[in-house]
Ligand binder design. Sequence first.
Ligand SMILES: Nc1ncnc2c1ncn2[C@@H]1O[C@H](COP(=O)(O)OP(=O)(O)OP(=O)(O)O)[C@@H](O)[C@H]1O
Ligand SMILES: [Mg+2]
Length: 259
Amino acid sequence: MGKIIAVANQKGGVGKTTSAINLAASLAALEFKTLLVDADPQANATSGVGFDPKDITKSIYECMVDGIKAEDIIMPSNIDFLDLIPSHIDLVGAEVEMINLPNREVKMKESLDPIKDRYDFIIIDCSPSLGLITVNSLVAADSVIIPVQCEYFALEGLGKLLNTIKIIQSRLNQELEIEGILLTMYDVRLRLSNQVVEEVQLHFKQMVFDTIIPRNVKLSESPSFGVPAILHDADSKGAISYLNLAREIVEKNGILQPQ
Ligand SMILES: Nc1ncnc2c1ncn2[C@@H]1O[C@H](COP(=O)(O)OP(=O)(O)OP(=O)(O)O)[C@@H](O)[C@H]1O
Ligand SMILES: [Mg+2]
């Protein structure tokens, strides 16, 4: 049975999409069957693995609102072991359209459950909001990765996110775990970056991943080539750190490397 991991933080620009794309690509590079689900109307994860969101006609939106089967919209990426369920801008409308649906919080779970066992990992890239689609992602997920940027106001909004996770755990998804807090865009030269790392580690202790993602230009430029960093520059610090994160998650979960 595949493990569904949502990458979520309602704070914008903290590295959710970069983490979702590069973690998914790293798991695929380790030959785990991986599905990347783009649950953000901005469709950055979709374009980040080489698809033009303008060409997308069926997205996770059609699964959640119109009941189209996920298996009918899965797109193989040009990376072995990596598939995509894309997004497009209409996903904005899904929030509104779903408000009156019965069981509106479980629509994504209902969509993903039938294909869960085809994958080792399903990674969901959430939008910077705690709206209904993010709630759907957290209800569908087994665990959540929370990226935290090593910057000013790093912890801003984290309380609200953790509270939302608690509410979801108590009402909608008792199994939801926190996979880990991921420090992103770390700059070794900046005192502030180091202060944030210390503060987050002190506060959240073993909840924080050992792997810290450095600020790295290969990570920020690879989306413009429509590829994860591992295909853009496999030897870059950015690509290597996400591979380390993938290994850390695999180890933590006691999952064996595929033969
Ligand atoms: N480790 C990194 N090094 C350099 N640039 C990075 C790194 N991580 C992310 N970025 C850049 O920072 C910006 C924000 O990152 P990203 O899009 O992953 O954040 P996000 O949380 O998904 O944003 P949003 O909330 O809008 O969905 C992007 O331009 C991205 O390329
Ligand atoms: Mg994003």
